[in-house]
Ligand binder design. Structure first.
Ligand code: HEC
Ligand code: HEC
Ligand code: HEC
Ligand code: HEC
Ligand code: HEC
Ligand code: HEC
Length: 384
């Protein structure tokens, strides 16, 4: 310690260190304080909101014959598919409606799925009112930050503290006898931080395994497998145009004018579709596959000319309840397939003009033609 004070600017460094440390120490408290503060809206009392929330979470009343609302209506999205409407879904749907309308829907369920779920409900008017108050509040504030991201942030900051400490000790304090200890800590913590940053960066750019939630729980498995609807019924532009279109609500309504209840989700999800259709709105599907703007890709070229199957690029979509991107859509992925995939060169009118290749094939110089041979791996084919 003595040596340290001899260094010029030593006092400043000590203050600086204390500042940095206390910032990291108190930071979690600041975050906690921010999240626990509740915004009270539209004259709703904080007490009612909390009571309603506790009822929804199954903490009240102590004796009841029914499951808690949250056991079916999740507040924070679960990792696995849950077909029930989320708390947020319900909150938004009933945000503009009064408690009487809410009560009627909850206590006098319609439809097969809801009748089987809302059983033994014995809830007083007051309790139901507080639930409604809680949901109205939720509709405004949203479900809030999820824990894992806070934990990751904290871990990142903690590593920062370790790095700062190791550096300070190496350069100034020199208190630890064995130098390799702070060095190891520095390398370990810094390396881990870098890997965390790398993970985030990759997530931002490429999105293999990207599987976002959609505004309506539309399932390819239910439609393409259970009900044997052909991909082309909905994505009918794929063979002749650049894009495979996403169907409009009109197309959905061809069937859902009649089919109003689903085996898994009951009436709630199909109701969203019907409502969007009645209001002339389109459904805002979240786009999953997305190439950068500098790349040209055409479905017509691959599905129409190349006669490829959707599954070769998109995997077994017909088995997915929620669509997931299975390939990384990287340049290497495109080039590799072009090098490996043979094309039906002789019987495809598209290749009539490739006379040189036809000659090589006839003379036995080549025994097959792959996509790369017809120029699919020329830079200009994919980049303007
Ligand atoms: C056992 C599971 C289960 C429990 C417990 C449950 N629900 Fe539901 N609830 C469902 C399902 C499933 C649906 C959707 C069914 C449908 O739309 O056909 C639903 C639908 C709803 C809807 C929307 C109805 C509509 O037509 O828009 C509301 C509101 C609702 N629940 C409120 C509650 C409240 C409040 C509680 C707690 C008191 C609760 N639920 C407890 C399963 C449950
Ligand atoms: C009943 C209509 C329907 C049928 C049949 C259907 N789809 Fe879809 N498809 C959709 C809708 C709606 C979306 C957008 C919502 C989503 O991503 O789930 C979609 C999305 C997709 C996407 C993701 C698009 C993106 O955002 O990147 C792929 C890939 C896809 N479908 C492939 C297929 C394949 C392959 C089949 C046949 C096995 C098929 N679809 C059958 C309606 C349909
Ligand atoms: C050669 C690989 C390949 C094949 C085969 C393929 N797709 Fe795609 N698909 C892609 C790529 C790459 C994208 C992203 C395109 C973009 O971002 O411009 C995509 C995007 C989509 C989309 C989102 C909308 C769009 O067009 O950008 C849908 C829907 C889709 N594909 C459905 C299908 C269906 C249905 C089939 C089968 C008929 C099919 N795809 C066959 C590679 C393929
Ligand atoms: C060719 C007919 C057809 C078309 C087109 C169609 N559906 Fe369906 N859909 C069905 C059938 C059949 C069911 C299954 C009903 C059941 O579970 O008994 C269903 C079920 C559903 C369900 C509930 C799933 C469950 O099991 O709970 C939703 C949500 C849905 N469809 C949304 C859509 C959307 C959105 C579109 C348009 C992109 C669409 N459907 C287009 C026939 C169709
Ligand atoms: C599953 C295999 C496969 C994948 C993956 C694939 N392609 Fe292809 N591609 C082919 C085949 C086969 C052909 C030749 C058939 C044809 O002419 O359409 C082709 C042809 C092409 C052509 C036309 C070349 C010409 O002569 O006009 C372009 C452009 C192209 N692909 C771009 C892409 C891009 C961009 C990607 C990646 C995002 C990609 N492809 C991924 C199989 C694939
Ligand atoms: C078959 C289609 C295809 C061909 C041929 C092709 N590229 Fe690409 N290229 C892509 C795709 C797809 C991406 C986007 C990759 C991503 O997002 O990770 C890309 C990205 C790039 C990038 C941006 C780098 C990056 O990581 O985003 C450069 C630079 C590039 N290509 C250069 C070339 C050059 C030079 C050639 C010729 C030798 C070439 N490409 C041929 C499909 C192709």
């Amino acid at each position: 310690m003595k040596r340290y004070f001899d260094v010029d600017g030593g006092k400043f460094l000590i203050r600086f260190t204390i500042f940095v440390f206390s910032f990291f120490l108190f930071h979690p408290l600041i975050i906690l304080a921010e999240t626990s503060e509740t915004v009270v809206t539209g004259g709703l009392s904080k007490q009612d909101i909390n009571r309603g929330k506790r009822f929804f979470m199954g903490l009240l009343p102590f004796e009841r014959n029914h499951e808690s609302c949250v056991s079916c209506h999740y507040i924070n999205a679960p990792d696995t598919l849950n077909w029930n409407p989320s708390a947020m879904d319900i909150a938004l749907k009933f945000a503009g409606k009064d408690t009487a309308a809410f009560r009627q829907v909850v206590m006098e369920p319609s439809g097969r799925v809801m009748t089987a779920s809302h059983v033994n409900f014995d809830i007083s008017n007051e309790d139901l009112h507080t639930i409604k108050v809680y949901l109205d509040h939720l509709a405004v504030t949203g479900p809030g930050m999820q824990k894992p991201s806070i934990n990751r942030l904290l871990l990142f900051l903690l590593l920062g503290v370790l790095i700062t400490w190791a550096l300070l000790d190496l350069i100034f304090f020199k208190k630890v006898k064995y130098k390799f200890i702070p060095v190891l800590i520095f390398i370990g913590a810094f390396g881990y931080q870098l890997s965390m940053l790398y993970e985030e960066a990759v997530k931002l750019g490429r999105s293999q395994y990207y599987q976002p939630d959609q505004p309506i729980k539309f399932s390819h498995k239910v439609h393409a497998t259970d009900n044997q609807i052909d991909c082309m019924y909905c994505h009918h532009t794929a063979p002749e145009s650049k894009t495979a279109n996403i169907p409009s609500t009109e197309l959905c309504m061809n069937c859902h004018i009649v089919v109003r209840e689903g085996t898994h989700s009951g009436r709630f999800e199909i109701d969203k579709l019907v409502q969007a259709h009645d209001e002339g709105r389109s459904v805002e599907w979240v786009r999953i596959h997305h190439l950068p703007d500098h790349v040209f890709f055409s479905h017509a070229q691959h599905v129409g000319v190349g006669k490829l199957d959707c599954a070769q690029c998109h995997g077994e979509v017909e088995q997915m309840h929620i669509v997931r991107q299975v390939n990384d859509l990287s340049m290497g992925w495109c080039l590799e397939c072009h090098r490996e995939t043979q094309v039906d060169f002789v019987d495809n009118d598209y290749y009539k003009t490739f006379e040189a290749l036809h000659k090589e094939l006839a003379s036995g110089k080549k025994d097959s033609i792959v996509a790369a041979d017809i120029g699919a791996n020329d830079c200009a084919k994919c980049h303007y």
